[in-house]
Design a protein around this ligand. Sequence first.
Ligand SMILES: *Cc1c(COP(=O)(O)O)cnc(C)c1O
Length: 384
Amino acid sequence: MIAAMDHASAQPTLRTRCITAGRPRGAGAPLNAPLVPASNFAYADGGPGATRAYSREDGTPTWEALEATIGALEGADAARCTTFASGMAAIAAVFELLDAGARVALPDDCYQGVRALADEGASKGRWSLEFVRVDDTDGWTGALERCDMLWIESPSNPLLALSDLAAIGTAAQRHDALLVVDNTFATPIAQRPLERGADVVVHSATKFIGGHSDLLCGATIARDGGVADALRHTRGRSGATPGALEAFLALRGARTLALRVEAASQAALELAHRLEAHAAVARVRHPGLPSHPQHALAAVQLDGFGAMLSFDVVDARAADALCAALEVVHHATSLGGVESTIERRAALAGQAHLPAGLVRLSVGIEDVEDLWSDLDRALARALA
Ligand SMILES: *Cc1c(COP(=O)(O)O)cnc(C)c1O
């Protein structure tokens, strides 16, 4: 599932980059980037400006090791990646790139925090919004004519619709609009938007990159050095910096990202097939299913179909009963952990447009047979 070694350029594979990127080198160096809980660093003889002085402005070795790793996975150099206190902090920094009165295109199915941030900014007159269906390529390329920024999430949350990144990315190169892709769901193991023409990639590293549901962290990766510098500058101004421990843990998580995503994606595909054949399940959404309306695009755009899926049971009551009856899968929000989590999304604020009986499942790395027994038993109980 993971791209083969590119022998021509001798670039290590993504699986190898997860392990080798961001490590200290040299005789006597620790193999792991140290956890450096420091706000300030000793001046060089030259005084201020000669070396790293204050972490909010200048970063720390721990953040930089994580940035080197995420940057390497997205195919960018380390200086192009900036880590933040959370995914939303990274996203807010990207919106800060906009001049007053800018126009932004957002997907109709969008992470609810992004939608809330965009709506609140619009209601204060900071920017104006238009909405495009996730899978409407002409809608996205048309929006390039009017907009200063296109915000894309693909696969989308929780409907698992895709945007054609190569088609939109190619069109975006003829426009000034910034093409931003939230790559949290796919992870760089499955999808590298910069290669398809995106200008900025954002991550909630809270999810798959951290991978253990024990931290909040975010990242931006920019193609252009000027944009990368602006995002770094905004982090210094807003102070939305990652914690030292969080950055250390996110880096430890990133070391196993490829293995976790590969295992969870295989299990998700197997569960998607079995759920689709289950009498109590009306509809399953997963890009790896031949029934997914964009399965052909998914096969080209994604290396592996990802660990996320959603499916519909008859109504909200059945969905709630299903979530409550599960014992291996946790009834909890969020995604991307080693442990599987499930929730009924229409129960969340701002998600009323979703089918009432839709549940979103983030598949972890438990044994797939144990996950299936749990789901099968809970479905029977919920629908009894
Ligand atoms: C969770 C999430 C975010 C927000 O990230 P936080 O780390 O919770 O601030 C943004 N986008 C997507 C797709 C997410 O799943």
